[in-house]
Design a protein around this ligand. Structure first.
Ligand SMILES: [Cu+2]
Length: 273
């Protein structure tokens, strides 16, 4: 019997018979839709690649970091492309065409082993690449060309060249310059005079904290001359933003003459000739 609800006549309720398949809307995939999907995927991939760009390194140690970074980035991009591509392909290839149930599969040892072994191999390769980069970054040369004690203090930096007496002291608003030779390992002994600071030269792709009571030692081998800015990246007080400095990489002969003149300059001379 028809029922009446708020003045609308509804048809009688009945269960659909087996011989009467229920009509279901089907989604049509058009060529234009596929083209839009392809363009969207390309835009997403391009954005991800651009977002992952890191500055080129100017040290040997940074090159190792850069290699590991790029390796991870491209591996992730490859995995993303393959997985999302397979998902999109299966959505389109196996979209509903009729009401027949697809072939039902319960378990597959081959598939299970495949999607266990491939990620395992990938993780092992990434682990090896990480260990290799870490080894190069943490390696310290037997005979560094120069050893510089770098002291972070509120709110600037002091550079003491061991064995020469040369000293460069910065003051806020008057950033100091650390002069180093190109192509030779430079040993940094990083300390803090008060609170925790952080030594960071972006073009080295390397950062290390200056912790009171601790000496953090590392080598930087610059592979090209130039001036690169550095700054403290650990908030350390009201003038933290003034804790900037420059690293000026010069030829070895230029460095030797600078070191000799800096050693003759009065202690605490700020800046560079
Ligand atoms: Cu700081």
């Amino acid at each position: 019997m028809p029922t009446r609800e708020r003045g609308v006549i509804l048809p009688p309720l009945r269960a659909p018979s087996r011989s009467e398949p229920r009509a279901r809307p089907r989604t049509a995939v058009t060529a234009a839709g596929l083209a839009r999907l392809r363009r969207a995927c390309a835009a997403v991939v391009l954005l991800l690649v651009l977002a992952g760009c890191a500055p080129a390194s100017v040290t040997d140690q940074g090159d190792a970091v850069r290699f590991a970074y790029d390796f991870f980035l491209w591996t992730a991009a490859g995995v993303f492309t393959i997985v999302s591509g397979l998902i999109v392909w299966s959505i389109i290839r196996y979209r509903r065409k009729n009401d027949e149930l697809p072939k039902q599969i319960h378990g597959s040892n081959t598939l299970e082993l495949t999607w266990t072994i491939i990620p395992l191999i990938l993780v092992l390769i990434l682990f090896a690449v990480t260990l290799n980069a870490q080894g190069k970054v943490l390696h310290r040369a037997h005979n560094p060309a120069v050893t510089i004690k770098v002291t972070g203090f509120q709110w600037s930096w002091q550079f003491d060249y061991e064995g020469s007496g040369a000293q460069v002291v910065g003051v806020p608003k008057q950033p100091p310059t650390m002069v180093v030779p190109v192509g030779e390992p430079v040993r940094i002994k990083l300390v803090s005079a008060d609170v925790v600071h952080s030594f960071y030269v972006p073009r080295t792709l390397f950062k290390r904290q200056a912790i009171p009571g601790t000496v953090n030692e590392f080598d930087l081998t610059f592979d090209q001359t130039g001036t690169y800015n550095g700054h403290c990246v650990q908030f350390c007080g009201v003038a933290h933003a003034d804790m900037v400095f420059d690293v000026r990489v010069v030829s070895q002969s230029e460095f030797q003459s600078w070191l000799a003149s800096a050693a003759r300059a009065p202690a605490g001379a700020s800046g560079t000739p």
